[in-house]
Design a binder for this molecule. Structure first.
Ligand code: COA
Length: 185
């Protein structure tokens, strides 16, 4: 049975494989292929070792991981209330079976629980599969572009009640989380 759990460093070889296979299948004709080698696995080992404000999950059975996602504080537009969906990818053999939706639900739930008011993601400008998926999950293109128009930005807003905002503030205070992530009111 498939289950979703937080990722750890030991997942790096699987995450690297899925990243490369989904990239090479999904972005064929759009981007040069990537190679799965030791360096890429090592990079994922490093990435998977970062803690707060980053969170990652893998989905799979005990025997095989088939997908992963990563969220955190926005990396290139640093705003305390702006989260980012960094990556979401599945084994090509599992596309369009609802697993992406389940992973996205977890990612959105935690972005909201972590107190972000909004979140962004970047995707390829002419990558229809990804864009249809993001739109189905509630994201909308916000007009942002980068990488010489090759990437477009999508955005989603969260609406926390006053009571929920207070709870987030309290949780962060208790956990002594970074000042930059405190809600402004
Ligand atoms: C993008 C990705 C994670 C989506 O995961 P998925 O499991 O295939 O998506 P789901 O089956 O959960 O689809 C959820 C909804 O998104 C929409 N959707 C997903 N793929 C779609 C497609 N190819 N065309 C149109 N709509 C699509 C549909 O509305 C779908 O709901 P439905 O099946 O009930 O109609 C997966 O295709 C993937 O890993 N692709 C390669 C890597 C990638 O593109 N990552 C994003 C980088 S920018």
């Amino acid at each position: 049975m498939l289950k979703i759990r937080p990722a750890n460093k030991e997942d790096a070889p699987h995450v690297a494989r899925i990243y490369v296979e989904s990239w090479n299948t999904g972005f064929v004709a759009l981007m040069p292929p990537k190679v799965l080698d030791e360096e890429r696995v090592a990079r994922w080992q490093q990435e998977l070792s970062y803690t707060w404000p980053y969170r990652r999950w893998v989905v799979g059975t005990d025997a095989k991981i088939v997908g992963f996602t990563e969220i955190g504080l926005s990396r290139d537009t640093i705003e305390p209330n702006l989260g980012e969906l960094d990556t979401i990818a599945l084994d090509p053999g599992h596309w369009r079976s609802g697993i992406g939706r389940d992973l996205m639900k977890i990612a959105l739930k935690y972005l909201e629980c972590d107190g972000y008011r909004k979140a962004i993601l970047w995707t390829l400008a002419n990558y229809e599969r990804g864009q249809r998926f993001y739109e189905a999950m509630g994201w909308r293109a916000d007009g942002g572009i980068r990488d010489e128009n090759r990437q477009v930005r999508y955005r989603i807003k969260f609406i926390l009640s006053r009571r929920e905002r207070t709870k987030v503030r309290e949780r962060r205070k208790l956990a002594k989380l970074p000042q930059a992530l405190h809600l402004s009111r």
